[in-house]
Design a protein around this ligand. Structure first.
Ligand code: APR
Length: 250
């Protein structure tokens, strides 16, 4: 692994623009299960019944059973070594943008500022009927949370069947087209359109570093450096290797 981390550090130190695409696996060490690993959220809740906008419209109380589970995990979660390490890389000028599919706010809590949230954020709520907005804090502990108009509120996350906010989509493609290095961290890369980002970056000459506890469909097709293992340990090692390489005091 040392050699692979050194290779990744070399790519990142030489890249003018480095971006990251992260998935649920990066927050597993913070106590939030991912979706598709064994024991993941989708092994407990069928996404067709709980994670689509039509399921929410049909039976919001049922969907809030899954959302409540997720919310209670997120409220107690703290950023782990992976989030903190990526925040450090950003501070040192070696990571410029993080595109995350996660809605747990842990990249920001880990110190990163340039975070683009592809699937929204779970800290806000809105009414699909009267469009009034609330924070999760304002409705803390009330399930399902209701709008003053009486309707059940929807969290600010993008559900299956909803569009990614156009500004987020365009910005992510723009960044991917000019990135010289892309770190793909702990995502199965099976959900579109987030999973089109690695191809855009690769087509435009970026070096692809993939960090995952197991191989994905990208590993053999797009990835230049595949580092297998826990995201927290690998990213902590990458920060040390980059500091050493850049002659920054450790
Ligand atoms: N370290 C590194 N990789 C890990 C770790 C870990 N500690 N734990 C899990 N992984 C990897 C898994 O091997 C898997 O490849 O993280 C990936 C998680 O994949 P998914 O559960 O599919 O999560 P993600 O890719 O983020 O899903 C994308 O699907 O359900 C929707 O909206 C949801 O944003 C989510 C999207």
């Amino acid at each position: 692994m040392e050699r692979l981390i050194a290779q990744a550090a070399e790519i990142i130190c030489n890249a003018k623009l480095t971006m990251a695409l992260t998935g649920a696996g990066i927050s597993v060490e913070s106590g939030i299960p991912d979706f598709r690993s064994a024991g993941g959220l989708w092994s407990k809740y069928n996404p067709d019944e709980y994670a689509t906008i039509s399921a929410f419209r049909q039976d919001p109380e049922k969907v809030w059973k899954m959302l409540r589970d997720m919310e209670e995990l997120i409220i107690n979660a703290r950023p782990n070594r992976a989030h903190i390490g990526m925040g450090e890389l950003e501070k040192m000028g070696f990571l410029h943008y993080i595109i995350t599919q996660n809605v747990d706010n842990l990249h920001q809590a880990g110190g990163a500022k340039n975070v683009i949230e592809y699937h929204g954020n779970s800290s806000t709520l809105s009414c699909l009927w009267c469009e009034k907005g609330y924070t999760v804090e304002e409705k803390k502990g009330v399930y399902p949370p209701r709008c003053e108009c009486g309707k059940i509120l929807k969290p600010g996350v993008v559900m299956f069947g909803e569009a990614i906010p156009p500004g987020v989509l365009n910005r992510s493609f723009q960044i991917a087209a000019s990135a010289k290095a892309l770190m793909i961290v702990a995502t199965s890369a099976v959900v579109s359109p987030a999973n089109t980002i690695p191809g855009i970056a690769k087509q435009n000459g970026a070096k692809i570093i993939e960090i995952n506890k197991e191989k994905t469909h990208l590993t053999e097709s797009l990835t230049d450096v595949f580092i297998q293992g826990e995201a927290g340990e690998i990213i902590a090692g990458l920060v040390v290797a980059i500091k050493e390489r850049a002659g920054l005091g450790i």
